[in-house]
Design a protein around this ligand. Structure first.
Ligand code: SF4
Length: 336
């Protein structure tokens, strides 16, 4: 993938961004820690959601040392609602590396930043350019789409050849003296103008250089995996000691987070169904059935413990679990 006017495009993007770039809190800082936090939050969460959480998080954990000093449970609880909890575990692991290996000073070399847990090539480019204004390339989903359209390139963007070509173009195109503004502009073009379903070509600052014939046909991706349906059978077992919950084991996707205990279908066959929940997450369509259990029906398994109701707010849970618990606590049996 290449473009005969890559340098003109870069300059046009910088000029456009200088005039109309959006003002986000993470664009007002050159602190690499704050930039790392914003980039990790923005990876799989929308800008409006991050805007509502970022500054509060930075007040709670303004430095790598502050996050390194917090327990994993505290970090997970603060992240609740942002989803994809591996991100906060990696962020805390990165904070520990910065604190213990780098003496609390954020590393400045690309190799050392790339070695931080949860950091990939995109995040390295973002930190180098946004914190130190160094001409480092970035490629993410927005940039891939913009590049495929600018070059009218039908190579699948998630193929090895497609990825190589995008990074090569990103390195070629990055503005040598204003990489901070250029990379911000590239992201913003993808977020606000060159959007997936309805690119606003009429107001696009690089329209004069765009080779796309049918922009909405691009980018091309390899076919998605099919949606898989999952059904879980959870139990509601409340005693004087509290609500029975399971702390998810290390190695599982939600390790460290609590959830309602799950049982096999035959173990809940005779229990009253009290609540249903359905939601989509990544490529799964999840249906959860909640059954009312009593001491005669079940006993706690390994990893399960009674949590007093007044402690529920302080322990980390994935959003669907908290919603299901709150829904039943608030609405009771009307929830079915
Ligand atoms: S002209 Fe249209 S398709 Fe091309 S980069 Fe701009 S918004 Fe995207």
């Amino acid at each position: 993938m290449n473009h005969p006017h890559s340098h003109e495009i870069a300059q046009a993007l910088v000029d456009w961004f200088t005039q109309c770039g959006k003002d986000y809190p993470w664009r007002r800082t050159t602190d690499p820690w704050a930039i790392l936090v914003s980039e990790i939050m923005l990876q799989q969460t929308t800008i409006p959601t991050v805007l509502g959480r970022y500054e509060k998080w930075m007040q709670q954990f303004p430095t790598p040392q502050a996050l390194a000093a917090a327990s994993e449970e505290e970090a997970l609880r603060s992240w609740e609602g942002l989803g994809y909890y591996r991100r906060v575990k990696s962020l805390r692991a990165a904070a520990l590396v910065i604190t213990e290996k780098h003496g609390g000073i954020f590393p400045e070399s690309a190799e050392e930043i790339l070695a931080l847990p949860g950091v990939g090539d995109y995040t390295v480019g973002a930190i180098l350019s946004f914190a130190w204004n160094r001409p480092a390339p970035i490629v993410d989903a927005n940039v891939s789409r913009v590049f495929a359209r600018l070059c009218n390139d039908y190579t699948p963007i998630d193929s090895p050849a497609g990825k190589r070509a995008q990074w090569a173009l990103a390195a070629e195109m990055v503005h040598p003296s204003q990489p901070r503004a250029y990379n911000s502009a590239l992201m913003e073009l993808g977020q606000m103008v060159c959007t997936p379903a309805s690119p606003a070509c009429i107001i696009c600052p690089v329209r004069a250089f765009c080779l796309a014939q049918n922009p909405t046909d691009l980018p091309v991706k390899t076919p998605h995996k099919e949606i898989t349906s999952l059904t879980h059978h959870d139990i509601w077992y409340l005693t004087n000691e509290g609500l029975l919950l399971e702390k998810q084991a290390e190695g599982s996707r939600h390790a460290g987070l609590y959830r309602l205990p799950q049982r096999e279908p035959e173990q809940v066959r005779n229990l009253p169904l009290i609540c249903k929940q359905q939601y989509n997450v990544t490529r799964y369509n999840v249906t959860r059935h909640l059954y009312l259990a009593e001491a005669s029906h079940t006993s706690p398994k390994e990893g399960e413990e009674f949590i007093p109701l007044h402690r529920l707010n302080g322990i980390p849970m994935a959003s669907p679990d908290r919603k299901l618990i709150l829904r039943y606590l608030q609405k009771g049996e009307d929830s079915v």
